[in-house]
Design a binder for this molecule. Structure first.
Ligand code: SAM
Length: 372
């Protein structure tokens, strides 16, 4: 059995833990900003392909306490690197240190690299390693003098599903958009709307969830090239994911006042393979009306960082509040915003709030349940 470490945005730990349990992984443990679990070699592919809210999947090769460079060196050298890394492997080292005696990250990086090289020298009888082959990114984390030494199996972060155009302003991470959809308890039955859709991330993630389509089905991961993992694990995980897809009729809509954003959203939906499932329209939020009994409104309006923009953002929140009061009472609404005055300008305190970090920006998810 392997130990996997899945970093995630702060505030998403529980959602990631639920996802990991649903995939059948064992000994799931939630920590700040990460989830640990145990599983087979094949689970590496299943986690990478299926996780919606996790940031990446790390395979833990060792964990130990290290308060000195000597302890860090010895603990790292004790790992059987030759079982994982071939003689031409490229093995860049990166990591971070929080609340630990070893706080100089670049020195830790150098010590870990040296320890791996020492171990490999003894096994491969080489003095120098060319590092011209497949990449095995080594990642370490030091928290309160406890070290995890891992291989990053994902390569690019899992939020990079591969559908999003570059150069879009203030887009939401796909992992965070998926988290909002999951928090809204959308199951694909009711209408789903985002009236500030921008590049379409929230409606596209809603479509992937409605279809139960694995978000990583069409992208590659660094660990696909690793010889010590079973070759058929990736195809098996893809086959399993495809066999679990749903096929139904869904009512998913995104609107934005900016025609350029709408064009990008349509293109992203096409790349994500959900163009037939989501509709995008140029629309001003002030004209948003719906009459169906049930529905979900999940959105991420402009935050307004500067003073003038702040006033504009507040005017939009007032409009959104008015729109919300006009919705049938059984609709559920979720708004992600970092604006401290959101509830006052929206015109009603949220029934529930949840803190999340959009990268470094502290946000709240304001949740308004049904009113019956
Ligand atoms: C923070 S962005 C949304 C980003 C989006 N979640 C994404 O992932 O790309 C807010 C969006 O609100 C749009 N917007 C601003 N005023 C609007 C209005 N009156 N009606 C509809 N959309 C508006 C902006 O054009 C912008 O795309």
């Amino acid at each position: 059995m392997n130990t996997y470490l899945i970093p995630c945005l702060l505030g998403l730990e529980k959602l990631v833990g639920d996802e990991v349990r649903r995939l059948g992984l064992q000994d799931v443990r939630l920590e700040n900003g990460r989830v640990l679990c145990r599983g087979t070699d094949g689970d590496c592919a299943r986690l990478n392909i299926n996780l919606r809210c996790g940031a990446r999947v790390m395979l833990v090769l060792g964990q130990f306490n290290a308060a000195t460079f000597e302890e860090l060196f010895q603990g790292t050298r004790a790992i059987p690197w030759e079982d994982y890394l071939p003689r031409d492997a490229a093995f860049p080292v990166k990591g971070y240190s929080i609340s630990s005696q070893l706080f100089a990250v670049s020195s830790c990086q150098a010590i870990i690299k040296k320890a791996v090289v020492e171990r490999m020298k003894a096994h491969y009888h080489l003095e120098q390693f060319p590092e011209t082959g497949v990449k095995y990114p080594i990642r370490f984390s030091l928290q309160k003098d406890h070290v995890f030494i891992c291989l990053d199996t994902s390569g690019e972060g899992l939020y990079k599903r591969g559908y999003r155009a570059v150069g879009v302003e203030a887009p939401l991470r796909e992992t965070l958009a998926a988290a909002l959809v999951i928090l809204s308890r959308y199951r694909g039955r009711d209408p789903f709307c985002d009236p500030f859709c921008g590049s379409g991330t929230i409606p596209i993630e809603a479509a992937l969830i409605a279809k139960n389509r694995a978000p990583g089905l069409h992208r590659s991961f660094d660990a696909m090239d690793w010889a010590f993992l079973p070759v058929d694990a990736w195809q098996n995980a893809r086959d399993e994911a495809v066999s679990r897809e749903f096929h139904g009729d869904y009512d998913i809509w995104g609107g934005d006042i900016d025609p350029r954003a709408v064009a990008i959203a349509r293109d992203n939906a096409r790349k994500a393979g959900v163009a037939d499932t989501v509709r995008f329209e140029v629309a001003d939020v002030k004209d948003f009306r719906r009459h169906s009994e049930y529905g979900q409104l999940v959105t991420n309006p402009p935050y307004g960082e500067r003073l003038l923009e702040k006033e504009e953002a507040e005017a939009l929140y007032r409009t959104l509040g008015k729109v919300w009061r006009g919705l049938p009472p059984k609709w559920r609404t979720l708004v992600l915003s970092s604006h401290t005055e959101f509830e006052r300008t929206f015109g009603r305190p949220a029934d529930k709030k949840r803190k999340l970090y959009n990268g470094m920006i502290k946000c709240d998810v304001f949740m308004y349940g049904d009113r019956v």
